[in-house]
Design a protein around this ligand. Structure first.
Ligand code: 9YW
Length: 419
């Protein structure tokens, strides 16, 4: 059974492999996505280490001069996705988007390095990637935390990877829609519109893209010029974890300057995370940086905080909080609290379960000694696969598979969990 699932998952990765990068799924997402690639590399690393390194190398081959690593790389022409390269208009030789995504690459290369069978290859690849990943982290703390708070802001919901989370609703109301060019969505031709973000949200996504484009994609300007500036605990936890993993890797490779600076980012970040603790919700929560206030939204972003080394009592509180969610969700971890009025079991990031986020939460809880909850989450991932295959995401109550099928990072997580 277990070997069977691993074989099936490998098949998904092979089918979505375009040679030097993988697409998240055929049709809906025909390009390379940033955090998809880094997490998918974990899956490849169990049966083809060279291919795993290539996945991340291709991503970093498209890093911008300022250190930013874009969220989409448009390797080839495909009209099946909106917004395409013409809308972004970032002026890159191989077109890319102009925003970023969660910084999982540092974590991924450390994990692939640590367990690599081919040590010579791993050392060569890691040594070459190390300064590039570090430059991305430096970019984050320079351009997305200009006040030096220790925490970075996202400027677009797509950066979080949790496109239509309830977390953004209030802040999104302040994003205008006037002057948005007329457009035709493509996602709703591939997936059920009732499971996707709304047209109103899409107008605001595009308004922000047009606004940043009008500023010449100059990252030194975008932070202060964006009406949407959110400090997401999940996003920051991923960056912090990657900084501390990169510090360990740099030490092993004798790159002491990178090690020291990465360690300093992580230490400062972990201390600052506590400003996002929302006692009322019993979990971390987003902060609206434009208003300077915490957002009362019980989403998975606040639980993903467990991916970095938060204090033990906080990790325990997160495990308890997830235990409460299990009273109304059959499958952990719903992306929004099922008891909250905005919960929608099928609509993308407003309720469904995503295996990649589950994996990161469970990994963090395991490190924090919360073994029982960690194992429960890992086993729910496999139960979902057994019931509904390799979907993009799942209804936490019925286990229905939603969005795109044959999904790369879902398959990668199965290999990672079962291997
Ligand atoms: C979109 C590819 C991406 C993920 C994101 C997810 C979705 C793309 O798909 O966004 O156009 O909505 O929200 O996290 O990287 O799998």
């Amino acid at each position: 059974m277990r070997q069977d699932l691993i074989e099936q998952a490998r098949g998904v990765l092979r089918r979505n492999d375009r040679g030097a990068y993988t697409v998240p799924t055929h049709g809906l997402y025909p390009f390379q996505w940033n955090w998809d690639s880094a997490l998918s590399a974990l899956g490849f690393s169990h049966f083809d280490e060279a291919r795993a390194w290539t996945e991340i190398e291709t991503l970093f081959a498209h890093q911008w001069a300022d250190g930013m690593v874009p969220h989409i790389i448009f390797h080839q022409q495909d009209d099946g996705y909106f917004p395409g390269p013409d809308v972004w208009d970032t002026g890159r030789p191989v077109p890319t988007s102009g925003i970023t995504q969660p910084a999982v690459a540092g974590f991924a290369i450390r994990r692939i390095f640590d367990r690599a069978g081919n040590r010579t290859l791993a050392e060569r690849k890691a040594r070459a990637l190390l300064p590039r990943v570090h430059a991305w982290h430096q970019w984050f703390y320079r351009d997305r935390d200009p006040q030096g708070t220790g925490l970075v802001a996202i400027l677009h919901p797509w950066e979080s990877g949790r496109d239509n989370s309830v977390d953004w609703d209030d802040a999104f109301d302040r994003v205008p829609t006037d002057g948005v060019m007329p457009f035709r969505r493509r996602d709703t031709a591939h997936a059920n519109p009732a499971h996707r973000p709304t047209d109103e949200q899409y107008k605001r996504y595009i308004w922000l893209v047009q606004h940043f484009r009008s500023l010449g994609w100059d990252n030194a300007k975008l932070h202060d010029a964006s009406p949407f500036r959110i400090v997401d605990p999940g996003f920051n936890a991923i960056l912090i974890r990657s900084c501390s993993d990169l510090a360990g890797l740099a030490e092993k490779l004798g790159e002491m300057e990178i090690a020291e600076q990465s360690r300093a980012f992580a230490t400062r970040g972990i201390a600052a995370m506590d400003t996002l603790w929302n006692g009322k919700l019993g979990q971390y929560a987003c902060q609206d940086r434009a208003l300077g206030a915490l957002i009362d939204s019980p989403s998975i972003g606040g639980l993903l905080a467990a991916f970095c080394a938060i204090p033990e009592h906080r990790a325990q509180a997160i495990a308890e909080r997830i235990g409460k969610l299990a009273q109304s969700a059959r499958f952990l971890v719903p992306s929004h609290d099922p008891e909250a009025p905005e919960f929608d079991s099928l609509r993308y990031w407003r309720g469904p379960v995503w295996l990649i986020v589950n994996y990161m939460i469970a990994d963090g809880l395991k490190n924090a000694g919360q073994r029982a909850m960690s194992e429960r989450i890992f086993s729910d991932c496999i139960r979902l696969i057994e019931e509904s295959g390799f979907a993009e995401y799942y209804d936490p109550i019925t286990a229905e598979g939603c969005g795109g099928g044959d999904f790369t990072w879902t398959a990668a997580m199965v290999i990672e969990i079962l291997s």
